[in-house]
Design a protein around this ligand. Sequence first.
Ligand code: ZN
Length: 103
Amino acid sequence: MNIPRKCRGCGAAIVFVKTPGGKAMPCDDAPLTYRTAPDGEIIITPNGDAVHGVAVAPGTAGATGWGYRPHWATCPDAVKFRKAITGPAEQMTMEQLAKAKQR
Ligand SMILES: [Zn+2]
C-alpha cells in the first residue's frame, strides 16, 4: 500500500513505495508510463523495483508499464535524503548535487 505524504523538504506530494528489501522509497506522487531503456532514468515500479526507462505517454504502444520517479531525483532538498537512501541516490548527476548543495 502506498501512503501519500508530503516531502518534509520541499512540500511536494510524495508516496512511499515499499522495496523488495523492505525499505520505503519516497517517490513523486505522479505515476508515469515508461518504456524500458538501459540509459534511461531510474523508475520505481509499483513492486518497488528500480528499473531504467524513459517516460512515454500513457497508452503508447510498446510501453513496459508504469511506475514512479524517485523523489530524490526531483526534490530541491534531495541532499537530505542521501543519508537515508543508498544505491540509486549514488547515481545523482554532479549537476544535481551541485544544485542541492547551493541551498
Ligand atoms: Zn522534496
